[in-house]
Design a protein around this ligand. Structure first.
Ligand code: F6R
Length: 248
């Protein structure tokens, strides 16, 4: 695992954006695996900026997103489709037909999930998978449990994830209780993974994911088995790892 320790959120965002831009420049028709949430917002701003400066193009890029809340329409301002449109897709030259976010309104989740995995497999898997991490160690919405789930699936969000995401909704009761998430098969099948983290509240999850035992109790720990992971984090998110003597 290559680790970049950056000073703060902005430097973390710039570094993460440069890894994504590098992929797009190197492989203009790549399949990007994308994430939502607070962590990648800054990186997306840099990518939009670099696109506007003519430095990068998403013309031939394909994308698949990690997850979506069950029950939210794409037009809902907290849906992950809405997030992607407003933070990235609406501001760059990506072909809307080439972007995929799980359908939170699907009536046949099993068929939808199977098709999602089949699409990713058919593309030869993701070239670069962007990941944030939950305070409980989740990646995508693969929550801590007693086994890793391979396929895209419907997941019951944990109380800790509902608490963490309540900040985006009018009230905690409005946070959806389920999501559709890519499983570990698609995530671990990616040729390269870019894990990003910022802030002290991620320090424990990062420490356990990078140097703890590999266990479904900390889903991020599975990344220790992937041969090509880049971790871009700020000093606060790396603080517990460095305090434990791990060299970054
Ligand atoms: C989002 C996703 C989640 C987030 C994680 C961290 O698509 O898959 O795993 O990356 O919950 O969220 P933030 O970045 O808001 O702290």
């Amino acid at each position: 695992m290559r680790i970049y320790c950056e000073k703060d959120y902005d430097a973390m965002s710039r570094r993460a954006a440069s890894v994504i831009a590098g992929e797009v420049i190197h492989n203009p028709a790549c399949l990007l695996g994308l994430a939502t949430g607070s962590t990648p917002e800054g990186a997306y701003k840099y990518l939009v900026d670099w696109y506007k400066q003519g430095l990068i193009s998403f013309k031939d890029v394909l994308s698949v997103n990690l997850d979506e809340y069950v029950g939210l329409a794409p037009s809902h301002d907290q849906s992950y489709r809405y997030f992607m449109q407003s933070n990235l897709f609406d501001h760059v030259d990506i072909d809307p037909a080439n972007t995929r976010v799980p359908d939170g309104l699907t009536r046949d989740a099993a068929a939808f999930c199977a098709d999602y995995d089949a699409y990713i497999r058919g593309c030869g898997y993701v070239d670069l998978q962007l990941l944030g991490i939950g305070r409980n160690g989740h990646i995508g919405f693969n929550e801590p449990g007693d086994h890793f789930v391979r396929e895209t699936h419907v997941v019951d969000l944990t109380e800790s994830t509902i608490d963490a995401n309540a900040r985006f909704f009018a009230s905690r009761n409005d946070v959806p209780k389920q999501a559709i998430s890519m499983g570990m098969g698609a995530i671990m099948g990616a040729k390269r993974i870019l894990l990003c983290a910022s802030g002290e509240d991620k320090a424990d999850a990062i420490c356990r994911s990078v140097s703890g035992p590999i266990t479904p109790g900390c889903p991020g720990s599975i990344l220790q088995l992937h041969p090509n992971v880049v971790l871009v984090a700020d000093e606060a998110a790396l603080s517990k790892l460095t305090a434990s003597g791990f060299k970054v």
